[in-house]
Write a protein that binds this ligand. Structure first.
Ligand SMILES: Nc1ncnc2c1ncn2[C@@H]1O[C@H](COP(=O)(O)OP(=O)(O)OP(=O)(O)O)[C@@H](O)[C@H]1O
Length: 253
């Protein structure tokens, strides 16, 4: 991919890719009740790349899977591309098709299909979305080339290194031109050089393709790649502003 003058953070007036309002999630009930997320509020603009930090058990995966329409919140609202998609635990869209069309996921482990090759793993995401095989095949090859693994397109997943697999996973996440990308510790299995490359890739993708990106990470070595840093603690989200911790709704804590 060629670096371009578009590789800059989005202006404050850029439309929102993601907005969450007062998300709350309660698991279990009675003695086993856990409030995993409360008043979790965040805005991500098109083209913005956001890191979500925080200790184990803070609620990061709960937040990400709520936005990914995998794990509905107990209450609060989720807006994607200006559309209300979750109102409390009630989906406002056809979840499966919305997810396929608009949301790209990258997980800690790549979740690729082992018995397919790299190209087929990317291609299948587009075919499931209704693209013709020839069109899907061509785009899969282009994406793998763009991500620097074009020469591994015909290799089975088990023959690729961890970093190469993660690049294929990113290609698959981009296949249907999602408007948002959600990544849960995508560099946890990578050494620091590859981890950095994958994070920089997210930045380029966000800035050049205009997608809103949230990356859950513990990897403090790569934080300068991000436009905005948030921290989650005990189920609540705070925004980092020049050394201060600011609540996502604007109040300084
Ligand atoms: N399915 C579930 N049932 C009950 N409690 C759950 C469930 N999933 C998560 N929790 C609890 O909710 C809280 C938040 O968990 P979550 O996985 O969202 O945190 P996290 O910040 O992603 O943690 P980590 O960094 O370790 O992945 C934790 O206390 C966890 O034990």
């Amino acid at each position: 991919m060629v670096e371009s003058e578009q590789d800059i953070a989005p202006a404050p007036s850029t439309p929102l890719a993601i907005e969450t309002r007062g998300l709350r999630k309660v698991y279990g009930s009675g003695n086993t009740e856990v409030v995993a997320m409360h008043d979790a509020t965040m805005k991500v603009r098109n083209g913005e790349v956001v890191a979500l930090l925080g200790p184990s058990g803070a609620g990061k995966s709960t937040f990400l899977t709520a936005i990914g329409l995998i794990n509905p919140p107990t209450s609060g609202q989720i807006w994607i591309g200006g559309k209300l998609v979750m109102d409390g635990s009630e989906a406002q869209v056809d979840v499966r098709s919305f997810r396929r069309k608009h949301i790209g996921f990258v997980f800690q482990k790549s979740n690729l299909i082992d018995f397919l090759n790299a190209r087929e793993n990317v291609q299948i995401a587009m075919e499931l979305n209704g693209d013709r095989p020839r069109v899907a095949r061509q785009r899969a090859i282009e994406l793998l080339e763009e991500l620097g693994v074009g020469d591994r397109a015909d290799h089975r997943i088990s023959m690729l290194s961890g970093g190469q697999q993660q690049r294929v996973a990113v290609a698959r996440a981009l296949a249907n031109r999602p408007s948002i990308i959600l990544a849960d510790e995508p560099t946890a299995a990578l050494d620091s050089r590859l981890g950095r490359q994958v994070m920089e890739l997210f930045r380029r993708i966000a800035h050049q393709h205009g997608a809103g990106v949230i990356v859950v990470t513990h990897d403090h070595r790569t934080l300068e790649v991000f436009d905005t840093l948030y921290e989650m603690e005990d189920g609540a989200i705070h925004k980092h502003v020049e050394g201060l911790v600011q609540r996502a709704d604007g109040e300084v804590a």
